[in-house]
Design a protein around this ligand. Structure first.
Ligand code: HEM
Length: 403
């Protein structure tokens, strides 16, 4: 990895060593190459906090609507709120935002806690577990499936769909998709559509007290939500919230293993958990990169980004920017101010931020309460999430000692 000013700088987000420990490279990029053009590609990486924040808050200049990648038909790419700009974005977000207010989310706390205990009951009986399989994957899926009103027992299928949908995320900016990737994405979309069509028809006949019924009612009113938008919304909610929250809980366990003092402080005073999760979000951001498209020629730190080119906002770097965070490379759960960008910024600020934080707070608190200790059985390198968008591990073997 190049970190010294005398060596030529290069940033390859696919390089495995860089993905595992990008921090020194990010720090050098913030100092010397705050906007880095990827050679031969219509893509620049952006590393400073102020630049990422300015981009994310300005959807007129920096759009979330990307051209359909070569090989895909426009129908292959679901147009969820994530990939729309205001005013279409405002309308779509308005339809679901009621379900995600901090008050509504707080009401879910007892149920989230019950699920965490149930999952850990099974795990503790085994002592040696994969934390991802036992807790970090199932917890967010069960919670969102119950909120939407889809059977949580189908979660193995959701995982297969979700893994397949997100694996290529990010790579599309660096190389055109292969015909196999296009075919795979089309197959997944067809399967998801068939799955949800049945559930939508069911709610049309028999309304229930769930998010799916609320969305179906908006769809029935016609002008408010088309069927394609409804489908895109369901896929987004099911996928966007799961990969990310799984990674947050896993990254939290890893940070606490690396910082036994922080773990001891949380055992002594669990009320510090929300601040601790914010520090995990800052130091080990589950979403590392947030892309936008320039709608006009824009100058950024002396580099011109032509209209139609992409910028990749590296949230993982912004969150360690020394211009904003004191001792920015230090994991410190006692930080007073922590305005991290891990949930994005501006109109697309994560809809599920309160939910994700609550799930992580509860999951880690229950893990700590139910164990005297947890430790990695060996130092083998953990398998990384395949997409450069995410920071997280696909499995996390742990030895548990019950409390
Ligand atoms: C730790 C967990 C999570 C992280 C780090 C995270 C991160 C993010 C980020 C960075 C964005 C902004 C994307 C952009 O600027 O284009 C976003 C948007 C979004 N997130 Fe999350 N997210 C998490 C959990 C969740 C959960 C649990 C849900 C809901 C079930 C959720 C639903 C959404 C939705 C619907 C959007 C799109 C919002 C919009 O376009 O207006 N996220 N998330």
């Amino acid at each position: 990895m190049h970190t010294s000013a005398s060596e030529p700088f290069d940033f390859n987000p696919f390089d495995e060593a860089t993905r595992r420990v990008p921090w020194a490279l990010f720090a050098r990029a913030r100092r010397e190459h705050p906007v880095w053009r990827h050679e031969g590609l219509p893509v620049s990486s952006v590393f400073r906090y102020a630049d990422c924040q300015a981009i994310l808050r300005d959807p007129k200049t920096w759009s979330s609507v990307f051209p359909t990648p070569p090989g895909f038909d426009p129908e292959d790419v679901p147009r969820s709120m994530l990939v729309t700009d205001p005013p279409a974005h405002t309308r779509l977000r308005g339809l679901v935002s009621q379900a995600f207010t901090p008050k509504r989310i707080r009401e879910l706390a007892p149920r989230i806690e019950a699920i965490a205990h149930e999952l850990l009951d099974d795990a503790l009986a085994r002592r040696e577990i994969d934390l991802v399989e036992a807790l970090t994957y199932p917890l967010p899926v069960i919670v969102i499936a119950e909120m939407i009103g889809v059977p949580a027992d189908d979660r193995a299928r959701f995982k297969a769909w979700s893994d397949a949908l997100v694996a290529p995320l990010g790579s599309i900016f660096f190389a055109p998709p292969s015909p196999e990737m296009v075919a795979e994405q089309r197959r997944i979309r067809t399967e998801l559509e068939a799955y949800f069509v049945r559930l939508v028809e069911d709610r049309r006949r028999t309304p229930k007290d769930d998010l799916l019924t609320a969305l179906v009612q908006a769809e029935l009113e016609g002008s408010r939500l088309s069927f394609d938008e409804l489908l895109a919304m369901l896929i987004l909610l099911l996928v966007a919230g799961n990969e990310t929250t799984t990674n947050l809980i896993g990254n939290a366990a890893l940070e606490l293993l690396a910082h036994p003092d922080a773990l001891a402080a949380l055992r002594a005073d669990p009320s510090r958990m929300p601040a601790a999760m914010d520090e995990v979000l800052r130091c080990s951001s589950p979403v590392q990169m947030d892309p936008r498209l320039a709608t006009r020629d824009v100058e950024l730190q002396g580099t011109t980004i032509p209209a139609g080119e992409f910028v990749l906002c590296w949230l993982g770097s912004a969150n360690r920017d020394e211009a904003v965070f004191e001792r920015s490379e230090t994991f410190d759960i006692g930080r007073e101010k922590n305005p991290h960008l891990a949930f994005g910024f501006g109109p697309h600020y994560c809809l599920g931020a309160s939910l994700a934080t609550l799930e992580a707070v509860v999951a880690v608190r229950v893990l700590i309460e139910r164990t005297r200790s947890f430790a990695r059985p060996d130092d083998a390198p953990l398998p990384l999430h395949p997409s450069i968008v995410f920071r997280g591990v696909r499995s996390l073997p742990l030895a548990l000692e019950p409390a």
